[in-house]
Each structure stands twice: as C-alpha cells, then as structure tokens.
Write a protein that binds this ligand. Structure first.
Ligand code: AQP
Length: 332
C-alpha cells in the first residue's frame, strides 16, 4: 500500500518554492493516496525561534495547506510535536545513523556555515528526525523539492540499516516525489541560490500572502540578463535567472518550459515579467486571501490540527510499539 508523508517547517515567509516544490503536489496526490501532512515544528526550533512567532507560524503552515486545497477530510493535517512517535523514533534512529553519514549532509553545512561549533545538536541530527517523521507512518512516498533529495537518501539508508541490524522487514525504502517544472525555485535576486524563507532580502522571494503591489514590485526588480527570451530550452542553460522565471511561469501555468518559450521567444523581460505577474496573481491571489481569512480564525485551524494529531497518532502508535519490541524494549 502507498502512503504519502511530507511536511513544511513553520519558519514564516512561506514562499513560491515551498508551494511549487511541495504544497501544490500535496493537493494533487490526495485523491490517489492516503496522505499525511505535517507542520514540522520540532525541526523549526533547531534554530532558536520566538515562541509566539512559532505558534503563529504553525497555524500559518496549516492555513497554507488548507488554502491551497488540502482537504482535511481526506488528508491528515497536524503539528509534528503533538505526536510523540516522531521524537521517540528519532532517538532510536540517532542510534542507527552514523556520524559519517550526517557529516555529508549539505543542508547542515549551509545552515551551520562557518559557525559549526556553535550550531545546535538538533540541527545536526535534523535528518534523523526527518527519517522518523516519515517512517513513524511507514510512508512509502514523499513529495518534496529537489533540495530534500539527499535527506531522503539518508532516510533510505537508515531504514535499510535498521532492517539489516534487526533482521526484519520493518521499514519501506521511501521514494521521493519530485514533481513539476519548478522543483528548485531560485532566488529572484540571485539565480545561483534557492529561494528560501531565511534569505535576509524580502525581494529574493514571493510569499504566498503577497498582494498585487508586492508581487509586481518583486518581479519588476527580479534580476535578469539583457537578452530577449530564446526559442529553445537548451539556450536557457547558462542564463539562470531567465531559466528560473520561465520555470516559474511553466509551473504556474502547468505547461512545459518549451511551451512557455513557444509563446514568449523573442520577448523582452519588460513584456514577460508583467505576464508572469498576472499569472502569479491569478494562481496565488485566492490562496493568499484564504490564508489571511483562516489566520483570523485560529480556533478553526487549531481544531483541524487537533483532529489531525489524533488520526496521525492512531497510525503511528502501533508502529512505534512494533519498533520498541523489535529493539528489545519492554512494553509495560
Ligand atoms: N526553492 C525551493 N524550490 C522548490 N522547493 C522548495 N522547498 C523549499 N525551498 C524550495 C520545498 O518546500 C518544502 C518545505 O521546506 P521546509 O520548510 O521544510 O524547509 P527548507 O527546504 O529548508 O525551506 P526554506 O524555505 O529554504 O527554508 P530555510 O530558509 O529555513 O532553509 C520541502 O519539500 C522543500 O524541498
């Protein structure tokens, strides 16, 4: 049986990359699979967060899921910290994962930067908790952006080592689902960096709640080169900023990059950027508005998270019991 699990960190500034790389695919998968979607708040505190802001951001992730079309009667929506299985399994996986494996994780290197000695142990162990998030449900498929591919490979390694060490067929080897034309949306200010929540520049990203003025301004200021758009996708290869904007257009319009170029080859960015702004507004505008409406009614969002936590817990509890028995813990 196929089961989907994925999550988004409640660290604010939910952006176009989070939407196109992850959340939009969550919606598309829910008719065909059993889906479990999480606001991964335990991951969010690997770098210190203001508690009031964290609470707001957890609700914002849930609001983004709902506003984008995740249906809580079909999919499970909940906050990671409300299901104890995540932390329990993460500890067991900390004893499975090898330090050498974690040392190879590029996200830790990027986030810890030069200040590695001062990074939290939680940030270092992040991939082990991520493996637990997925495997606490024995999920088989994980829709993510391209940046999470390495963590999913590690999840497979952890699953395999657990199965080998204990001579069981406990955990499936998960498959990433990296879908669409914009699996790695780049910063609007620098085509070599991915669009991210933590970039200090607001102009680097489009956030889901941006209105017409902000969106138009950000796209107008987006860095590009001086050439018109080419006829062939191959000719975007050494034009990262142009390639990024074409990819965003393609993903939003649900067509290929080649189809975008069929329409816009020869156009200057002064023509293409306003067209992209209108398209983004058409797709995003209603989502941003619905998110704001939901954020004004935290009681409703909290009730959905509570019900989701109960359903998630009902799946994870027997799996954790099985894992504990396997490693030799006594079950009282
Ligand atoms: N730029 C992106 N393009 C495509 N997909 C992306 N994702 C993130 N950035 C892009 C996908 O969004 C999902 C949720 O990501 P996350 O919140 O767990 O954390 P992240 O990958 O660390 O995201 P950010 O926005 O870049 O946060 P910061 O700035 O804190 O590092 C994942 O599926 C991710 O692949």
């Amino acid at each position: 049986m196929s089961r989907i699990f994925s999550g988004v960190q409640p660290t604010g500034n939910l952006h176009l990359g989070n939407y196109l790389g992850a959340i939009r695919n969550f919606v598309r998968l829910q008719d065909d699979y059993e889906c479990i979607y999480c606001a991964v708040d335990m991951h969010a505190i690997t770098i210190w967060k203001d508690p009031a802001e964290l609470r707001r951001n957890i609700r914002e992730v849930a609001a983004a899921y709902l506003a984008s079309g995740v249906d809580p009667t079909k999919s499970i929506i909940f906050a990671q910290s409300s299901v104890p299985a995540h932390a329990e399994l993460a500890w067991i996986f900390n004893c499975i994962v090898r330090i050498g494996w974690l040392n190879r994780m590029t996200q830790f290197k990027e986030k810890a930067g030069k200040n590695r000695e001062n990074a939290s142990l939680g940030l270092y162990a992040y991939p082990s908790l991520m493996a637990a998030d997925i495997l606490a449900y024995k999920a088989t498929h994980v829709p993510v952006g391209e940046d999470q591919k390495q963590h999913l490979e590690l999840t497979r390694d952890i699953a395999q080592k657990f199965n080998n060490d204990y001579e069981v067929e406990m955990f499936p080897l998960v498959e990433p689902l990296i879908l669409g034309e914009a699996t790695r949306v780049m910063s609007l200010r620098d085509g070599s960096k991915k669009m991210s929540k933590s970039d200090p520049s607001d102009y680097s990203r489009i956030v889901l709640t941006d209105g017409r003025d902000e969106l138009a301004k950000k796209l107008r200021k987006a860095r590009t080169d001086a050439d018109p758009l080419p006829e062939k996708v191959e000719d975007l290869a050494d034009r990262p900023e142009a390639s990024n904007l074409v990819g965003i257009y393609a993903a939003l319009a649900d067509i290929s990059k080649a189809d975008v170029l069929k329409e816009y080859a020869g156009s200057q960015f002064s023509t293409f950027k306003p067209a992209l702004t209108e398209l983004a507004l058409e797709k995003f505008g209603p989502i941003g508005e619905e998110m704001k409406r939901l954020m004004a009614d935290p009681g409703h969002v909290d009730a959905i998270l509570k019900e989701g936590a109960e359903r998630a817990n009902a799946i994870a509890e027997p799996i954790i019991k099985e894992v504990k028995e396997t490693v030799g813990f006594l079950i009282p």
